[in-house]
Design a protein around this ligand. Structure first.
Ligand code: HEC
Length: 135
């Protein structure tokens, strides 16, 4: 090794520990039997029969479906959304039953179903009631 390289190598070695970012502390586990804040209200809002099915709810559902669902499930829920023309594996037709849709949207499919967690309870009802009425 050439002597001129030595200070450079020493500098590199000194930097080594310094660049490493600190690890965040592990999460504190929730006390046993505790319920997340707002969880009861959320469960109640998701429980059937849900909000009254009126024109406003269905209009909201139609818009949500167009934005969040149709790209995959297709405009009529047949599973022919635009993504299937661009390499997405086939998508089964949507179940028409609102409660079944609700169950699917409520269950913790985190990661498996892309919209999980993005819709609040009223929005879930709106989109489910709209799906139920698709031709
Ligand atoms: C990125 C694509 C994608 C989007 C966006 C999407 N879905 Fe899905 N969805 C899927 C696929 C793929 C399946 C079938 C596989 C599965 O169950 O995970 C599915 C399945 C479902 C099912 C049936 C689940 C079951 O167990 O029977 C329902 C109900 C559903 N989606 C509702 C929706 C609604 C409502 C929206 C919009 C708010 C939506 N999805 C948006 C891809 C998508």
């Amino acid at each position: 090794m050439r002597p001129a390289a030595l200070p450079f190598l020493m500098l590199l070695a000194a930097c080594d520990g310094w660049v490493e970012s600190p690890r965040p502390p592990p999460p504190i586990p929730a006390p046993e039997g505790s319920v997340a804040q707002g969880a009861a209200a959320r469960r109640a809002a998701l429980a059937p029969p849900g909000p009254p099915v009126d024109e406003a709810l269905l209009r909201e559902g139609a818009e949500l479906f167009r934005v969040f669902c149709a790209p995959c499930h297709g405009p009529s829920g047949a599973g022919d959304g635009v993504v299937t023309r661009h390499g997405h594996p086939p998508i089964p037709p949507l179940p028409r039953d609102a409660l079944q849709s609700m169950a699917a949207l409520q269950s913790n499919l985190a990661g498996a179903h892309p919209v999980e967690g993005r819709l609040d309870p009223r929005q879930r009802w709106a989109v489910s009631r709209f799906v139920e009425r698709l031709p």
